[in-house]
Design a protein around this ligand. Structure first.
Ligand SMILES: Cc1cc2nc3c(=O)[nH]c(=O)nc-3n(C[C@H](O)[C@H](O)[C@H](O)COP(=O)(O)OP(=O)(O)OC[C@H]3O[C@@H](n4cnc5c(N)ncnc54)[C@H](O)[C@@H]3O)c2cc1C
Length: 461
């Protein structure tokens, strides 16, 4: 007889494991099915390993600036095997911790590929075993995969995706990155930080194209200072592989020879055909279609995270997981406004934003006031020699509310959660006291400036 659960979750990334825990907290019996590694893309080949390598590269860069802080350091060189070893230890440590946490929540982890054979029926197939289970509700959290370019075949050696880029055994002499979005720019910082000659090629007019124009311009200037060549508004027309190198040709006729070619043009939702072929799930392209309760068109089946193609962010998946889990266990919740989910890029400097961008506000015809404040005028930032960047706050003049905040600078990915809380606030917010000197004062000043109340910005004539 097959084992029966209240809820079965397919996929154990941030969406799947969070949904499983929330269901268990609501007293449901839960099975969590995973065909590869617990923790999904985020833990094993995404957020965590990339941040670990970025932190190592950032340490190296900081040491290179030590002399101007009055600290003489004889030399600083990357120990790449050690950086990789540290990253792998961090990943396996968290994987172990997460497995323990799931077990502590009495969640049954089942290793293998989950295949829905009929509504409420799942077959789990691994290399060695096949199990059958029943579940009243099913939550699909099967994630995403890198988008590939039609004429550029990923061979995993010379032409690679972010997965291989996180696992290279040696520091390459050169790397061309196709795609100047979040992952492309983060990888550019890792590898230029450890000495690789990096070229980023972006087809659109600027880097980090989903953010405001000033962000892309500032990032291009700062990445160039790190020695990264940024080519924008150019498509790659062809690649040619010879003797372990790739020759990349651009529309302009320029060619670049490179040891590694990283294709990083985004990710697309994925759900294996076999997993869902017995149920007629409605799709929108490659994304599983859901309503604001994360319900698919098939009663009792929910979908969350990258597979629904909304945010492609781990914390976006967390938010959707909580909604699906609540609804799958008798509750009634809807997903909130997606623009309120913060966006973060962990480059040098970092980029973070929440709410509406200035460009979106203008496209929507809102009457806005944009306030800003620069890190170079902030006491703590200057003391730390982290003076690059600014924060801009957008106020809707009609409602008098803060509707969007965008930041470029050191540790802004840590400040963005505070900015999220300040969204929707009115002039009263300018009476809040922030400690001095702190980097967070730049956030306060930008908001004050949007109300025309900044103490430290020169008067606008
Ligand atoms: C290099 C990189 C860096 C990133 N950095 C960040 C970051 O800093 N911050 C951030 O918010 N996001 C980041 N992301 C994005 C983030 O990793 C994803 O948004 C997040 O992992 C999505 O979670 P998920 O649960 O939807 O899917 P995933 O994490 O992809 O998990 C899906 C899981 O489902 C399993 N699975 C699929 N089909 C089946 C099946 N039929 N049976 C059993 N198991 C199955 C897969 O093996 C996988 O483990 C990054 C991504 C990459 C690639």
């Amino acid at each position: 007889m097959s084992e029966k659960f209240d809820v079965a979750v397919i996929g154990s990334g941030p969406g799947g494991y969070a949904a499983a825990i929330r269901c268990a907290q609501r007293n449901a019996s839960v099975a969590l099915i995973e065909k590869e590694f617990i923790g999904g893309t985020c833990l094993n080949c995404g957020c965590i390993p990339s941040k670990s390598l970025l932190a190592s590269a950032h340490t190296l860069l900081s040491i290179k600036h030590a002399a101007m802080m009055g600290v003489d350091v004889a030399s600083a060189t990357p120990n790449w095997p050690k950086m990789q070893e540290r990253k792998n230890a961090i990943v396996s440590g968290f994987r172990k911790g997460l497995t323990g946490l799931l077990k502590a929540n009495k969640i049954k982890i089942i290793q293998g590929k989950g295949i829905i054979t009929a509504p409420g029926q799942i077959k789990v197939a691994s290399d060695t075993t096949t199990a059958q289970l029943q579940a009243d509700k099913i939550i699909l959290a099967t994630g995403s995969q890198p988008i590939q370019l039609p004429d550029i075949h990923l061979d995993g050696q010379t032409v690679i995706s972010s997965k291989e880029a996180l696992e290279l055994q040696q520091i390459p002499k050169s790397m061309v990155i196709i795609g100047g979005g979040v992952i492309g720019c983060e990888m550019a910082c890792v590898y230029s930080g450890v000495g690789t000659k990096v070229t980023v090629i972006e087809a659109l007019a600027r880097l980090i194209p989903m953010e405001d124009e000033w962000v892309g311009r500032l990032m291009q200037r700062e990445l160039s200072k790190l020695g990264i060549d940024c080519i924008t508004g150019q498509k790659v027309t062809s690649t040619d592989k010879t003797s372990g190198l790739a020759k990349v040709s651009l529309e302009s006729g320029q060619t670049i020879d490179t040891e590694k070619l990283l294709v990083s043009i985004g990710r697309r939702p994925v759900v294996d055909k076999e997993t869902i072929e017995s149920v007629e799930l409605e799709m929108s392209g490659s994304a599983t279609k859901v309503n604001d309760k994360m319900e698919t068109n098939v009663p009792g089946i929910y979908a969350i995270g990258d597979t629904v193609g909304t945010t492609f962010l781990a914390h976006g998946a967390f938010a959707e997981a909580k909604v699906a889990a609540t609804n799958a266990t008798g509750g009634d919740e809807k997903i909130a406004d997606y623009s309120l989910i913060p966006r973060a890029v962990y480059t040098f400097p970092e980029v973070a934003s929440v709410g509406k961008t200035e460009q979106t506000c203008r496209e929507q015809g809102l009457d806005i006031s944009v306030g800003n404040s620069f890190f170079k005028t902030n006491g703590r930032s200057v003391a730390h020699n982290e003076t690059v960047g600014e924060i801009r706050a957008v106020r809707d003049k009609t409602t008098n509310k803060i509707v969007g905040i965008t930041m470029v600078g050191s540790i802004v990915t840590e400040l963005i959660a505070a900015a999220r809380i300040l969204l929707g606030t009115t002039e009263k917010i300018t009476r809040l006291s922030f400690p001095h000197p702190t980097v967070s004062e730049v956030l306060k000043e930008s908001i004050e400036d949007s109300f025309g109340l900044s103490l430290h910005n020169p008067p606008k004539i």
